[in-house]
Design a protein around this ligand. Structure first.
Ligand code: ADP
Ligand code: ZN
Length: 724
């Protein structure tokens, strides 16, 4: 028998199928060890066949591994092949999406633990009365049965080994599965669905369309609908995939899932250690766990017989991958849903314009949940006109209405959330004398001042520089700080309200797997009055005592030069505002802006999604922006500027030919430096295109695959989330 094997080296030279000899028991999808260039590497069997185009005597033999199941099931194998073809990336790279690192490197250190159990009846043991620990351990084992040796040793030091020597107990080594969330508990609540929720579940069950969009305002009980669907699948013996933007940000969701589904749920996310991740993955592969929960990569979970796939907060930008292959989670989910004949449920309070258009046009089913649970009103939004504040001489970060509301909160024992999407103390440090701006040596971006460390940091490469005492250009001593960040907000707040307990949550305060969890827990337990944070506080949290949300700079995301900036702003404001007034108390939102007449802000403050959508879609149609076209960026990056430019020339030449041959398929075609010219010492160039016909996409991918070299990365991005 011959096996077609992909070796796990993501270089273009090895990006092909190799034939190996194998024995009769070899299974498609299984992991093998393959002799390759004098080494033994990990490989995966893609196909089996009888004959090879190579002389049999030249073929090497693969060595099996001890896996009890093939690593890849049939569906995953065929999905991997589709993605490889679609995105023109090395096959090994696609396979990596489906496998935890441990599976590929074969480095899994299995966690084992010793267990002891009695081998003879306690009455038959001949133990001296002075051997207290042996007696104690024997007693314990006869009462509790098989027990963990470590635990026994802490109770009765040396007891078990003494008993084992005499042959009175049997010791066995067993694999234990690491439980990554031991410290996360949850209450087990099963709710009776409201009429609206029932109706939604009914539609999802019965509507014939694959994609079901659940458009429900924040707090309308979408989560309960997901849980009901998952529970139904579980009952039928089917598995489910449940995607959330970032599970570690939503410990409440996690504890609910744990409480509801226990060991049936496996949680896959980036914060887990490699070993933990492998365990969770393996529980899914063996079918021991039937629910995969995680961020976008969980869409590749090794499940069979999938009954439902759910993408919560479907508009979230984290669903587009930013490294090769740059897949879109929705596209992969749709392929899997179709293959399994199951529903794909998308949920959001603020669906992306693309998704909503499809639902509006009838391609997807559209289910609306217009009311919050228990008809709780959406919070009232107060617009604070910052121009007027400045005119009145208020140059602080807080407007008069915001200060009034914060004071009310503090005096009534309620909590407030203040949102600012910028971490650090100040975004830039500028010399007042000569206009010098502190910039990163490796990136074409300004440095952010971090006051707690008294350092300047680059938010693109992480480089840290000591703070300047004077301007390096002119020697001037007057350095000014522009662009307030979360650290500065906390400092200013503390000065205004010396007794207030303030927490900060941003990338700098949330290191470690449970970093987010700890901050959120402290806040949830009301051990703090105000939580200041970046967009990581915008998502999903449910704090009943929060009655005020302050959006400190609503304009920030409006002025990005991106066709989606209006959409982003609308989504962000709605999400953040949704954190206020979720329980009995009515909530308020104060939105600070220099542009109070802005249409997007108007729609957002009125919670008018339909108004926003109609306005936005007609703008997009007039400008021929997505979803009426597709923006494609080819990004060429490399450390050596000359080599990078050469690759750019190659790819540009091929693309330009495509453009001149098919002008009717292009709305726009241009080559330029990308807005940030350098990141982490890599020069960046781009070819930007807008297509009205995506028929040329495969050729664009081909051109890029050909221009790629060892030193230069050439990637294709479709409707990129980030154009910097
Ligand atoms: P969404 O995901 O739409 O923002 P959630 O699922 O977080 O909304 O629900 C909002 C609140 O309503 C939560 O506190 C949740 O526990 C509660 N809730 C949801 N469904 C029900 C129900 N059927 N009965 C009672 N409370 C519910
Ligand atoms: Zn940098």
């Amino acid at each position: 028998m011959i096996a077609e094997v992909i070796v796990d080296i993501a270089a273009s030279e090895t990006d092909r199928i190799f034939d190996y000899l194998c024995d009769e028991n070899t299974v498609v999808g299984s992991r093998v060890r393959a002799p390759f260039g004098g080494k033994i590497v990990t490989g995966f069997v893609m196909r089996l066949k009888e004959t090879s185009a190579y002389p049999i005597e030249k073929l090497k033999k693969i060595l099996p591994t001890s896996d009890e199941l093939p690593a890849l099931n049939k569906e995953c194998l065929s999905l991997a092949e589709k993605l490889t073809a679609r995105y023109r990336v090395p096959k090994a790279l696609t396979l990596r999406l489906f496998l935890p690192t441990e599976m590929r490197t074969g480095k899994v250190r299995e966690l084992t633990r010793n267990y002891a159990e009695l081998a003879v009846d306690i009455a038959e043991m001949k133990l001296s009365k002075t051997a207290k620990n042996q007696l104690g351990a024997a007693e314990y084992l006869s009462q509790n049965g098989k027990s963990d040796c470590a635990q026994l040793n802490s109770l009765f030091p040396g007891g078990v080994s003494g008993l084992a020597k005499k042959g009175y107990v049997k010791i066995t080594k067993e694999q234990i599965l690491r439980d990554p969330y031991k410290s996360v508990e949850g209450e087990k609540i099963k709710r009776v669905l409201t009429e609206d929720q029932e109706r939604a579940v009914h539609t999802i069950r019965t509507d014939s369309r694959t994609v079901q969009l659940l458009h429900g305002v924040t707090g309308s009980g979408k989560t309960e609908i997901y849980l009901t669907l998952i529970a139904e699948c579980l009952q039928k013996g089917q598995s489910s995939i449940f995607l959330v933007p970032e599970i570690s940000l939503t410990p409440q969701m996690l504890s609910q899932l744990r409480a509801r589904f226990g060991k049936n749920a496996a949680i896959l996310h980036s914060g887990l250690s490699a070993g933990e991740r492998f365990d969770e993955w393996w529980r899914l592969r063996t079918g021991e766990a039937k629910i995969a929960i995680g961020a976008r990569s969980a869409i590749f979970a090794p499940m069979e017989n999938i009954g439902v796939i759910i993408i919560d907060e479907e508009h979230d930008s984290s669903y587009s991958s930013e490294s090769a292959p740059r897949y879109n989670t929705f596209d992969v989910a749709l392929l899997r849903a179709k293959k399994n004949g199951c529903k794909l449920v998308l949920g959001s309070a603020t669906p992306s314009v693309d998704t909503y258009k499809k639902a509006n046009d009838g391609e997807f089913s559209l289910i609306r949940l217009e009311k919050r649970i228990n008809r709780r009103p959406l919070p009232e939004v107060i617009i604070a006109d910052m121009r007027r504040e400045v005119r009145r001489g208020n140059n602080s970060s807080f407007s008069t209405p915001l200060k009034e509301e914060i004071e009310k909160c503090l005096s009534t024992d309620k909590q407030a959330i203040l949102f600012l999407n910028r971490r650090g103390y100040s975004q830039t440090v500028i010399c007042k004398e000569c206009g010098y701006v502190a910039k990163c040596e490796h990136c074409d971006v300004s440095l952010t001042y971090h006051k707690d460390e008294d350092a300047l940091k680059c938010h693109y490469c992480g480089m840290r520089y000591s703070m300047l005492s004077s301007c390096p250009d002119c020697g001037g001593k007057k350095l000014s700080y522009a662009g307030t960040g979360t650290q500065r907000i906390v400092a200013e707040l503390q000065k205004l309200y010396p007794t207030a307990r303030i927490l900060r949550m941003d990338n700098d305060t949330t290191s470690g797997k449970e970093g987010h969890y700890k901050i959120l827990k402290t806040f949830a337990e009301k051990k703090a009055d105000i939580l200041v944070g970046t967009q990581m506080i915008a998502k999903g949290h449910d704090f009943p005592s929060v009655t005020l949300v302050g959006i400190l700079d609503a304009d920030m995301s409006l002025h990005f030069s991106d066709y989606r900036s209006g959409e982003r702003t609308f989504q962000l404001i709605t999400q953040v505002a949704g954190r206020s007034g979720r329980a009995e108390e009515k909530g308020k939102v104060v939105l600070q802006t220099f542009d109070p007449e802005n249409e997007v802000l108007r729609f957002a403050t009125a919670y008018d999604y339909a108004g926003f959508y109609n306005n936005e879609i007609s703008l997009r149609a007039a400008m021929m922006f997505p979803p009426f076209s597709k923006i494609v960026r080819v990004l060429v990056t490399g450390e050596d500027d000359k080599k990078t430019l050469e690759a750019l020339k190659d790819v540009y030449f091929a693309l330009e030919k495509l453009y001149t041959d098919n002008p009717e398929k292009f709305l726009f075609f241009n080559k330029m430096r990308s807005p940030i010219k350098r990141i982490q010492n890599k020069h960046r160039y781009q070819v930007l295109m807008r297509l009205c016909d995506t028929g040329v996409l495969p050729e664009i991918y081909d051109a890029c695959a050909q221009a790629r070299t060892k030193d230069v990365l050439v990637s294709v991005e479709e409707n990129p989330v980030n154009l910097s």
